[in-house]
Design a binder for this molecule. Structure first.
Ligand code: ATP
Ligand code: MG
Length: 416
């Protein structure tokens, strides 16, 4: 679990504001859920035999002996909230959330025990159009961030629950015959979560899968048509993708569409965004049949990618525009009132007042270090006349003396 220090928080805020701007463009609305839910929700909603539920959850008993869990993902809680507050009654919802998720994993680059996701969930829309919208939305975001050239969209369909269970049986029949040659993890998964074997990281297991039954021979017609429509919409919007029949995703609740945005630039932790359709989840959590589709993005991985590709604008790290220096006793007494006046008059200005005194020279050093573009320099003479000097710290505008009332206007004229 990491601290996010002030030197890094500008890039977090930058990324978050870019994501929010795109979500607003598509008319998505924010929902904020608690970070703790009853354990049962995740056992049912994520799936007993997923990695998350089997070995990654932070679970504890509260004083009432209820079993609670720090949320490992947002979808189950979002569905719980939507059901609890009646948001799914004959309605269409486009929702998003952000915040920390918790998984007890082996920490490494791009994998942490507290990590941040921005997630999107939609309800009430069964067609491929909303799946395509979700993908186009993420692509627009990645384009705006300047990382789309380093990301590949992997796409697959998992079909209906029935088709999947028929395929699952055929896959298990085949894999039982080669069980001894499977890697250890896959042997364990054979009876609890065999589809996960498809995305095994073991090369020998992958080789065995070349002769395994293929899902395309088991898919139901409706899912097939849905997938074709999704591909058509992506084609029509000029978005390239790779159909990857071994993409299954870690969670049990997916049906039909699954997708991941992957990069080669981050080593093993290459998936920055994953999602898909989960028509089965709402009924599983006690609601009526409700089509649903969504995705979640890992913020740390996105930030690592932005840093690796060096596409974060330098300007976001500038957090102070104006630094107010006060030299002399009267000046020091009046400086705060000037600072307040400039903040009132000059909308959006980020003004830092020198607090704690210090010589003129040391205050000017702090002004430089703050990154401010301008220093306001208040001496006793200026303070007595309600005037102040404006000094350009980064350009070559001449230093000038202005009245307090003019400060905002002059700063604006100088391009602030
Ligand atoms: P992985 O296969 O890498 O473990 P996952 O399938 O468990 O990923 P999801 O549950 O789909 O991941 O979560 C969506 C996204 O959240 C991932 O694509 C990834 O970017 C991010 N993510 C997941 N787990 C972590 C983690 N422990 N630390 C940082 N980011 C994570
Ligand atoms: Mg995982």
């Amino acid at each position: 679990m990491n601290d996010i220090l002030p030197s890094d928080s500008p890039m977090w805020q930058y990324l978050e504001s870019q994501v929010k701007a795109v979500l607003n463009q598509y008319g998505y609305r924010e929902v904020r859920m608690p970070i703790v839910e009853v354990t049962e929700l995740f056992a049912r909603g994520v799936g007993e035999h997923t990695d998350i539920v089997e070995k990654e959850m932070y679970t504890f008993r509260d004083r009432n002996d209820d079993s609670l869990t720090l949320r490992p993902e947002g979808t189950a809680g979002c569905v719980r909230a939507a059901l609890q507050h009646g948001l799914l009654h004959n309605q269409v919802q486009r929702l998003w959330y952000q915040g920390p998720m918790f998984r007890y994993e082996r920490p490494q680059k791009g994998r942490y025990r507290q990590f941040y996701q921005i997630g999107v969930e939609t309800f009430g829309m069964a067609g491929a159009d909303i799946d395509a919208e979700l993908i186009l939305l993420t692509h627009r975001l990645f384009r705006q961030l300047g990382i789309s050239d380093s990301l590949t969209l992997h796409l697959n369909t998992l079909g209906s629950a029935e088709a999947r269970s028929r395929y699952r049986k055929a896959l298990v029949d085949y894999l039982e015959g080669v069980k001894d040659q499977l890697d250890e993890d896959s042997q364990r998964r054979l009876y609890v979560n065999p589809l996960r074997i498809l995305d095994s990281k073991s090369a020998s297991t992958q080789a065995l899968l070349n002769d395994a039954p293929r899902f395309e021979d088991y898919i139901d017609n409706e899912s097939k048509a849905h997938f074709e429509e999704l591909c058509r919409l992506l084609d029509e919007n000029g978005l390239p993708y790779v159909v990857n029949p071994r993409l299954v995703r870690g969670l049990d609740y997916y049906t039909k569409t699954v997708f991941e945005w992957m990069t080669d630039a981050l080593g093993a932790q290459g998936t920055v965004c994953g999602g898909g359709r989960y028509d089965g989840l709402v009924p599983m959590l006690g609601g009526k049949e409700t089509p649903a589709s969504g995705f979640a993005m890992g913020m740390e991985r996105l930030l690592l990618l932005l840093q690796t590709l060096d596409v974060i604008p330098e300007s976001i790290y500038q957090t102070v525009d104006v630094y107010l220096v006060a030299a002399g006793e009267l000046a020091t007494r009046k400086a705060m009132a000037l600072a307040e006046q400039v903040r009132t008059d000059c909308e959006g200005v980020r003004l830092q007042l020198n607090c704690g005194g210090g010589s003129f020279k040391s205050q000017m050093k702090k002004a430089d270090k703050s990154g401010a573009r301008f220093a306001l320099i208040l001496g006793d003479d200026e303070a007595a006349e309600s005037r102040v000097q404006i000094k350009d710290l980064q350009g070559n505008h001449e230093q000038q003396s202005v009245s307090w009332a003019e400060v905002a206007e002059v700063l604006t004229r100088l391009g602030l």
